[in-house]
Design a protein around this ligand. Structure first.
Ligand code: IMP
Length: 425
């Protein structure tokens, strides 16, 4: 019985949901360990398209148990409406467990984020405005934090909320005198309503996962966002507020990384990114627009057009190293099928020096000039390919180059949205 992890190696939106869905029925437990309802993934299942944000993909498998672990930040209102939406589509849901250590997002988190992002002007991070960063900040700061377990203790919850809301109103008014005044009583009443519906799912998921590991259960850790959005190892400050590389699994679930048998890194065959920050291989021309249209590169959560460009092996290689991948899945290869010529960035030139190290400082990254390897296009439809040997030789060369530059074997190649449009090696 295996423990598998699926992690994005770029700036998110690598189509992790599809590989998670393929693997979900081989695992008894699916664990989400970071982020919140900033993530968005699309799963096609039994002829239906499901848009998931906070729920692990395993939720669509009635036999699997889905776990929202301690590293996730939870907006209970968003969680409940997601559950309702999926149920209304006719899905039979599996069992859901929620960590009592997961931190809770409140309305003042969204209000603070809106003010802080507006104050950054043209340097705005470009967040999803879901209160993710402000909730993680309160988790690290401790004074203003409330966890799922606290919601099950009404007296303690009320007391903490009153103290916190008093402080939040002072902070918000100091930044913006016209800011809304929050009422602890109203939030308390609203959240007690959510607790009523979620309380049976809230447990100590760390102990649960360890009991299951001991009993030999198979587990799938489902990443969200991507390694380059990792708060420690990504393009800070243009990152999300959690460890969205493979580094987050241990802290976000309590399961040590040495228990993971197979770490699968997911890469898109090109680059896309939403939000601000440097992106060395971005194409602000018609090729970039072509990739955006062919790849339907518009955000699942916010609908924003994504910035698109050539595959960046320096950035993605960094993601692969910090996440410690055993193999990679190359996604959306079919999006490149109409291009005459393709480029892959194999190194950067920064101040006249060639490097394959991903810069740790944003100003260095902003100076990086991509050094490209040019490859011929295959100019043919590959969406029907089911075996590696059936790819045109130019597509094989492209896949091999990605693998060589990332120093990782290819485990999957995806050439369309359907489950069957996947070459498994
Ligand atoms: P936040 O996670 O809402 O704080 O946003 C921080 C940065 O992460 C922004 O650039 C977002 O666009 C980006 N981000 C957050 N979640 C995702 C995701 O699921 N896919 C891609 N980018 C994301």
């Amino acid at each position: 019985m295996a423990v598998t992890a699926v992690v994005g190696l770029q700036w998110g939106d690598e189509a992790k949901g599809k590989i998670v869905d393929i693997l979900a029925d081989q695992h008894e437990i699916v664990v989400r360990y970071l982020g919140g309802n900033n993530a968005g993934h699309t799963v096609m299942f039994d002829g239906q398209t499901y848009k998931l944000s906070l729920l692990p993909s395993g939720i669509l498998r009635p036999d699997a148990t889905s776990v929202i672990a301690n590293g996730v930040v939870i907006n209970p209102k968003a969680l409940l409406s997601e559950i309702e939406r999926i149920k209304a589509q006719g899905a039979k849901l599996g069992k859901l467990l929620i960590s009592d250590k997961a931190h809770v997002i409140f309305p003042y988190h969204m209000a603070e984020e809106a003010i802080l992002e507006a104050r950054r002007g043209d340097k705005a991070i470009g967040t999803t405005m879901r209160g993710i960063g402000t909730c993680y900040r309160d988790k690290a700061g401790r004074n203003h934090a409330i966890r799922m377990g606290d919601l099950l203790r009404p007296e303690l919850f009320r007391e903490r909320l009153e103290e916190i809301v008093t402080d939040k109103n002072i902070i918000l008014k100091a930044f913006d005198p016209s800011s809304q005044t929050f009422s602890a009583q109203e939030i308390y009443d609203e959240y007690m309503g959510y607790v009523e519906q979620l309380k049976d799912s809230v447990i100590d998921t760390t102990s649960y996962l360890h009991h299951e590991l001991k009993g030999g259960s198979s587990m799938l850790f489902e990443g969200a966002q991507g390694s380059l959005l990792d708060i420690d190892h990504g393009t800070f400050p243009y990152v999300t507020s959690s460890n969205s590389s493979g580094c987050g699994i241990q802290a976000g679930s309590g399961v040590p990384s040495r228990k993971i048998d197979r770490m699968i890194g997911i890469v898109k065959a090109y680059t896309s990114r939403v939000g601000g920050g440097p992106c060395p291989t971005e194409l602000e021309d018609e090729t970039g627009e072509h990739i955006r249209q062919e790849g339907h590169e518009f955000g699942t959560v916010t609908g924003r057009p994504r910035r698109c460009g050539w595959f960046d092996a320096v950035a993605t290689g960094h993601g692969a190293r910090v996440s410690g991948v055993d193999c990679i899945a190359v996604m959306l290869l079919d999006v490149l099928s109409k291009l005459d010529e393709l480029k892959i960035c194999e190194a950067y030139e920064i101040n006249g020096e060639r490097t394959t190290d991903f810069p740790s400082q944003l100003d260095d990254l902003a100076l990086a000039k991509p050094i490209y390897r040019t490859l011929p296009g295959w100019k043919t439809d590959i969406t029907g390919v089911r075996k590696l040997e059936d790819f045109p030789k130019e597509a094989r060369e492209y896949i091999d180059t990605v693998s060589e530059l990332l120093e990782a074997e290819v485990g999957f190649v995806s050439i369309g949205p359907d489950r069957e449009q996947t070459v498994i090696l």
